[in-house]
Design a protein around this ligand. Structure first.
Ligand code: FAD
Length: 480
């Protein structure tokens, strides 16, 4: 049995930890540990076998920040590795305890706690919520005042706001506002350190990006403050085009039309529309589809752009009122792949980022050059002040070697590729990890207990070898 600290066995360490948790809910039940050690990597054929069986040794569910502090302090004293858990909807295995230890579930730390518009005295600027608050609940709280979050993941109905900041990247609203790490899109984070006496640290300005998308490796997020935007009356539209090139032209044109208010621009090449049973009958066979959310005052301009590109609006309704029974955004972003995998569980993609300079040409080039591999799906987004998109052909997983080949082909086509088939930050390539991130890690997690296996430790090195691709990763204009 592995020895941890003070010559004690791991079982003794966990027993010692349990003894210090008092009334804080916790469990060492094997079934519970198995369930709470999984995230949505289970749907990824490239990760499924590799991460299965990596389980926590104890599950802890604090009710509030004080209980969280007590649990974290006890873990620090016993040197027990910690994996923080929100709703567990990460897709890259970010939420898996790769080196055992404790899974600390923060979903009970909920509530909108600060909201500058609540008394109607001044224009709202930001909303602050506890980490476990479900993203959609934040919008439900502030929308009656005419404001909403600038962006949210397609998992907004389930995902926690802390999990979104720690594990997510962009989403619904990013075609207008940019990605989470674009300056000004995360106002502040409160972070708890992992020490015998945990401290709460408030991060503002550029510092927030050191903790954002770090998979919980350099601090436990306890509160999140985000900027808000006007809550327009959003309409959902299903638009079809005889050719994918027309869908791409429309998608790029609408994103370059800054006066058109939109939230989602999601083009899918034939036959991908067939993989959404909920949209059956709306898309003529053989056509490409764009799923769009636009503000009501922009619908005339949307109609013009659709017409100009030879498309047809097949369906339109108020947000959330579609005949398909879920918000339209649940067919876009990460949800798209989920639907494709329900059609064929072997289907995967890569996180390729397209150049802002010749966006339309790049999309069309990839669509044509990779037709042998699979149909193209991308999500339009702003990033670093330009219009870009992310996505790749959707293809059947064969092997890591095949993923590597496709990665290299996409890079030769001029794209920057991240690897969504690894829980190791460095191998993923979406998160820059520089001196500032490392210094936060040293200060906020001096014993290196957080997110073991996702950074530079023995487990990460081992996993990096088995999950790395020859990807060049993403870079951002502003780092550090
Ligand atoms: C169908 C589907 C669609 C998706 N769509 C999008 C999308 O549109 N945009 C997008 O960006 N992502 C998307 N994702 C992935 C995304 O990361 C999650 O949906 C969501 O943002 C994570 O929230 P969660 O509460 O489930 O976090 P979890 O999965 O529980 O955690 C995510 C990561 O953050 C860490 N973490 C959680 N809470 C904290 C905390 N308080 N402090 C420190 N670390 C913490 C975890 O350890 C883990 O590494 C999608 C995933 C799925 C399955």
């Amino acid at each position: 049995m592995q020895v941890l600290v003070d010559g004690r066995s791991r079982a003794e360490v966990i027993a010692g930890l349990c003894g210090e948790l008092g009334g804080i809910a916790h469990s060492t039940d094997t079934r519970k540990l198995r369930t709470k050690s999984r995230d949505r990597f289970t749907e990824n054929p490239a990760l499924r076998g590799l991460l299965r069986g990596r389980n926590a040794e104890i599950f802890i569910a604090p009710r509030d920040k004080d209980e969280l502090r007590t649990a974290v302090a006890a873990c620090a004293r016993h040197r027990v590795p910690i994996t923080v858990r929100g709703a567990g909807s990460g897709q890259f295995g970010q939420g898996v305890p790769l080196n055992g230890g404790a899974v600390i579930d923060v979903t009970a730390l909920t509530g909108v706690i600060g909201w500058h518009g609540e008394h109607g005295r001044r224009l709202p600027t930001t909303v602050r919520a506890r980490t476990g608050t479900v993203v959609a609940d934040i919008d439900a709280t502030i929308r009656p005042s005419g404001w909403e979050l600038r962006m949210h993941p397609s998992t907004a109905q389930r995902a926690t706001v802390g999990g979104y900041i720690a594990g997510g990247h962009a989403g619904i609203g990013s075609c207008q506002w940019g990605i989470l790490r674009d300056t000004g899109n995360i106002t502040a984070l409160e972070v708890m350190t992992v020490e015998e006496h945990p401290r709460l640290i408030e991060l503002r300005g550029r510092d927030v990006n050191s903790v954002h998308h770090a998979y919980g490796a350099n601090g436990i997020i306890t509160e999140v403050e985000l900027p808000v935007a006007p809550a327009w009356e959003w309409h959902e539209l299903v638009i079809t085009f005889p050719e994918f090139e027309q869908a791409a032209r429309f998608s790029v044109d609408i994103c370059h039309s800054d006066g058109v208010l939109k939230k989602v621009v999601s083009p899918h090449a034939h036959p991908l529309p067939r993989y959404f049973p909920g949209l059956a009958g709306l898309v003529p066979d053989g056509e490409a589809m764009v799923l769009l959310m636009a503000a009501v005052q922009s619908v005339t301009e949307v109609e013009d752009l659709v017409r100009a590109n030879g498309g047809r609006i097949r369906y339109r309704c108020l947000e959330g009122k579609g005949a398909y029974g879920v918000p339209l955004y649940e067919f876009t972003w990460g949800h798209s792949l989920l639907h494709y995998q329900r059609h064929d569980e072997r289907l995967v993609g890569l996180m390729a980022l397209y150049p802002t300079t010749d966006l339309y040409e790049s999309i069309v080039r990839v669509h044509r050059e990779f037709a042998d591999l699979g149909p193209l799906h991308v999500e339009l987004k702003r990033i670093d002040g330009g219009v870009s998109c992310q996505g790749s052909p959707v293809f059947a997983f064969e092997s890591r070697a095949h993923l590597a080949e496709v990665t290299e082909r996409l890079q030769r086509a001029g794209l920057s590729v991240a690897n969504p088939h690894t829980p190791v930050l460095g191998a993923g390539g979406m998160k820059p990890w520089g001196p500032k991130e490392a210094s936060f890690k040293r200060e906020f997690d001096p014993y290196g207990l957080l997110a073991q296996g996702k950074l530079d430790d023995v487990v990460a090195t081992e996993l990096r070898t088995s999950t790395a691709l020859p990807n060049n990763g993403w870079s951002y204009r502003l780092t550090g």
